[in-house]
Design a protein around this ligand. Structure first.
Ligand code: SF4
Length: 451
């Protein structure tokens, strides 16, 4: 039995490099490879980095699918199925849009794969795949043993991705995580996570959890256990981190150097609309930022542009805030209705979806606004979102924001990181705008594009 895993790209512009900041090791593939029995020959191709050898002999192809990669994943699936090879799709998108995904594969996995992967392999070996494998267990202790040697000879960021838990107890309207996990949060045992971290031989990690402080009590216990490991890490969490001094201190002591936090909006009515009630102390944002910076932790602040009460002025105010507060980096992205979310359903019922399935629409490109915003036109919002990013990553702004010697440029190493990351994201603004989703199946692939 031969198994081939594929990680699809979003799409690519003709003769242009792929987006560098999107090129991280796909942890999900290593996790699936770790679940696959040792007597099965496993191959892995990352569509972002290399051409897919459709004619190489294999018995089963497994593709991990997100909404932005769905179009490309379906095209890849079609190519393999045309050659008589069985294809199984899994991930967020097939879980949140199963009726669509099943049209493009022999089989789909709904939910996380750990519980059902051995059945998939058994049935594929007997050429008797079921249409749907549904997992009811979001996290099974002891089953996550990623096989990272499948990343050998592929050029990724020098950073290991690790998960300590899954899900989030908050219920933000636009978020697919809360839909996927039904507003629940699950954690792996600390010793299992630390054992996995040691096995990588690395000292720098990205905890991919959507909210690493999803259970504050358990997180504190984990951060205490991390202190002797003497690592550096970055992660994602909710803003309530800044309200707990003990938690912040433990973050610092455990080696946290950066956090991605969803601030989302500076407008209270927007935050209520998005059901992000845990963020509504907007008057305290500056104080929260100062507390995080005081621990030497840099911030990747995420804002969603285009909620009901946003217009040109509020978007400009958001950029001003990010610049004045010397945010290390910021995501200034327009709102995206992902299938299965409460937001998608609301916009659908209100008749505000411009593209019902924007992720498959050939007229839709990365950066287009798939819905009708309340206060500005879709085209205007697209323009304002790009302008916001250009202003935040302008040379003047990069220089001004570097003048933070508590966090952003607190030593030479951090200063180098600050300028590298900011210039990389500045360059990517134009690379991302208008990126087609999907793309030619046999697109010319040039290895030098990643030099
Ligand atoms: S806090 Fe973050 S992960 Fe949790 S539901 Fe909201 S957006 Fe999703």
């Amino acid at each position: 039995m031969r198994m081939t895993f594929i990680y699809p790209s979003v799409g690519r512009k003709d003769n242009q490099k792929y987006i560098k900041s999107w090129e991280m090791e796909p942890l999900v593939i290593a996790t699936l490879a770790g679940l696959t029995p040792g007597d099965i020959e496993v191959k892995f191709y990352d569509d972002r980095l290399e051409a897919i050898p459709y004619d190489e002999p294999t018995d089963l192809v497994g593709i991990s699918v997100e909404t932005y990669t769905a179009k490309r994943a379906y095209d890849i699936s079609r190519e393999f199925r045309r050659r008589g090879i069985q294809v199984v799709l899994g991930g967020y998108h097939p879980t949140l849009a199963p009726d669509e995904a099943i049209e493009h594969a022999d089989s789909i996995v709904i939910g996380n794969a750990e519980e059902v992967w051995s059945l998939v392999i058994r049935d594929a070996t007997n050429k008797k795949l079921r249409k749907i494998y549904k997992s009811n267990l979001p996290l099974i202790s002891g089953t996550i043993c990623p096989k990272r040697d499948i990343f050998k000879n592929k050029r990724y960021f020098n950073l290991s991705l690790i998960e300590t838990g899954r899900g989030c107890r908050f219920k933000c309207e636009f978020c697919s995580v809360t839909t996927f996990y039904a507003g629940n949060y699950y954690r792996r045992p600390d010793e299992e996570v630390i054992h996995e971290m040691r096995s990588t031989g690395r000292k720098t990690f990205f905890f991919v959890d959507d909210n690493i402080i999803g259970d504050v009590h358990l997180s504190k216990k984990f951060f205490k256990a991390l202190i002797p490991e003497k690592i550096r890490w970055i992660g994602q969490c909710s803003l309530n981190v800044a309200k707990d001094e003990e938690l912040l201190e433990l973050l610092r002591e455990s080696g946290c150097v950066g956090l991605l936090i969803g601030f989302e909006s500076l407008i209270k009515t927007n935050l209520s609309r998005m059901l992000k009630f845990h963020n509504d102390e907007i008057g305290s944002y500056k104080e929260y930022l100062a507390r995080i910076r005081g621990k030497g932790i840099v911030l990747y602040a995420s804002f969603v542009l285009g909620y009901d009460h946003d217009d040109e002025e509020t978007i400009e105010e958001t950029v001003r805030f990010c610049r004045e507060q010397k945010i290390f980096i910021a995501a200034l992205n327009h709102l995206v209705p992902f299938p299965g979310t409460a937001l998608y359903e609301r916009l659908r019922l209100e008749g505000k979806l411009r593209f019902k399935k924007w992720w498959l629409d050939t007229d839709y490109h990365y950066g287009d606004i798939p819905y009708i915003p309340e206060k500005v036109t879709a085209e205007k919002l697209r323009e304002l979102s790009v302008k916001a990013r250009r202003k935040f990553y302008s040379l003047k702004s990069i220089f001004q924001r570097s003048l933070d010697f508590k966090a952003n440029c607190r030593n030479l190493k951090m200063a180098c990181l600050y300028f590298n990351v900011n210039f990389m994201l500045k360059k990517e603004i134009d690379q991302k705008v208008g990126l087609p989703l999907g793309g030619a199946i046999n697109a010319e692939y040039n290895n030098s594009q990643h030099e």
